[in-house]
Design a protein around this ligand. Structure first.
Ligand code: PHE
Length: 431
């Protein structure tokens, strides 16, 4: 039997047709369909496969960190998945906010653009089972899509790498051997703060012993710290004292791992969250046809890490076609991005009355659709509710191109178009 994603990706086109082909049948758009033009226009860019692009280099460099582990490396090209694949297969509750139309891009009620690479976990676990566990895990890289706010670190398309690694539960010796392989030396150990050591944790999966859970968790944490620290060591120093770098593990919660952990990195004075992870829920493995195994999974955001390692200040830069960006990078090396220019900022405010149907993400989406990448950020600067219960919002739209100085009349025109689009497509009243 083919996998749940076995449709021919060359044959579908979201770009031109109001219908797409999914699993060899046409999908007609419905009231859930909410994929705007600016997203359709960027589908197919495949930044993570473009030789020399920092996201492609980071993918390659991360894959090399796992080279001595027996894993499959896969790139997923088509982002169109069923909601069963993206949510249900991972035990994500029907009421979870990530399923809402304001958070996720839907092709139609049952089909969406994947919101995380975990959408492919089950499929890849099935592949491991079908290969009779000839490999112990996988690394999946793909573009993922989420409706979100507009600022220097959020973009509705970004990239994740999903990793997983499993052991046969009868092979305790193998587990211990693998654990030995990822031991941190005492200098690196000093940089790690582990606030999730499982000592006081009573929320383990019933099926696994504390010892198994401990080994899988420590192997997960050490493998990731080693991988990321090796990349940190590859970055040019530029006066940045790398000895300031710290790693911190805290508990997290995901429906598909238990226990779950988050990794943060301390970089240039701030803690930044870079990945979610945990011990794979046994029911996901059994769904895939894998019996009596234990292991871990993680999902890391590539942009966040690339912005740190390459000193890239604005997430929109990954999408630029400006040569001044691309010519700075050498494939599979980490270099420091030199900003070529910072063009002037120009801001315009927009105020409107809303009703209870208003979702901020719908507004952000419209701004991106009308103004493309010319908006650097959108801030809510004022909000008030009248005695009669009407609410008014005021947003500041910060316009700045990454490629040129914007002329006043260009910005004025964008703002006029934005007001028009807002009045005609959202249930608001302009002020
Ligand atoms: N999919 C999760 C996210 O996008 C990350 C994750 C992956 C967590 C694998 C646990 C295991 O936030």
């Amino acid at each position: 039997m083919g996998s749940i994603l076995s449709f021919n990706c060359k044959r579908y086109s979201l770009l031109k047709s109001p219908k797409i082909i999914f699993k060899n049948t046409y999908k007609t758009l419905d009231s859930w369909s909410n994929i705007p033009e600016h997203i359709k226009a960027k589908q197919g860019r495949k930044l993570f496969l473009q030789n020399g692009h920092p996201l492609c280099s980071l993918r390659e460099l991360l894959q090399r960190q796992f080279r001595d582990k027996s894993i499959n490396c896969v790139a997923k090209e088509s982002p169109v998945v069923s909601t069963i694949t993206n949510f249900d297969s991972l035990g994500i509750p029907k009421t979870h906010v990530s399923r809402s139309k304001s958070d996720t891009y839907y092709v139609d009620k049952d089909t969406c653009l994947r919101t995380h690479t975990s959408a492919h976990q089950l499929e890849e676990f099935k592949n491991l089972a079908e290969s009779k566990m000839s490999k112990k895990g996988f690394l999946i890289t793909a573009d993922v899509y989420r409706r979100d706010e507009v600022d220097a670190s959020h973009y509705p398309i970004f990239h994740q790498m999903e990793g997983a690694y499993l052991w046969d539960r009868n092979d305790k010796a193998g587990m211990l051997r693998d654990l030995e392989q990822v031991k941190l030396d005492s200098d690196l150990q000093k940089l790690v703060i582990d606030e999730a050591t499982l000592k006081d944790h009573n929320d383990l999966q019933d099926i696994y012993s504390l010892q198994e859970t401990q080994i899988a968790s420590i192997h997960l944490k050490n493998s990731l710290v080693l991988a990321i620290h090796n990349l940190v060591l590859m970055t040019p120093d530029n006066g940045l004292d790398k000895s300031q770098v710290r790693y911190r593990w805290t508990y997290d919660s995901f429906p598909f791992t238990q226990p779950s952990f988050q990794l943060e990195i301390f970089w240039k004075g701030a803690w930044l969250e870079i990945l979610g992870s945990g011990v794979v829920r046994e029911n996901i493995l059994t769904q895939a046809g894998i019996q009596n195994h234990v292991g871990w999974a993680f999902g890391i955001g590539l942009e966040r890490l690339a912005m740190i390692l390459y000193s890239i200040p604005d997430i929109r830069l990954f999408w630029t076609t400006d040569d001044r960006f691309h010519k700075q990078f050498t494939p599979n090396e980490i270099t420091t991005f030199q900003p070529y220019s910072k063009y002037p900022l120009c801001y315009k405010d927009i105020s409107f009355w809303i009703d209870e149907s208003f979702a901020a993400n719908d507004f952000y989406e419209l701004v991106r659709d009308v103004c493309k990448d010319l908006v650097e950020s959108v801030d809510l600067i004022d909000q008030y509710t009248t005695k009669a219960g009407r609410t008014s919002l005021c947003y500041r739209i910060n316009y700045r191109s990454m490629e040129k100085s914007l002329k006043n009349e260009d910005v004025d025109l964008l703002q006029v178009n934005l007001r028009k689009a807002l009045a005609s497509s959202l249930n608001i009243q302009l002020r």
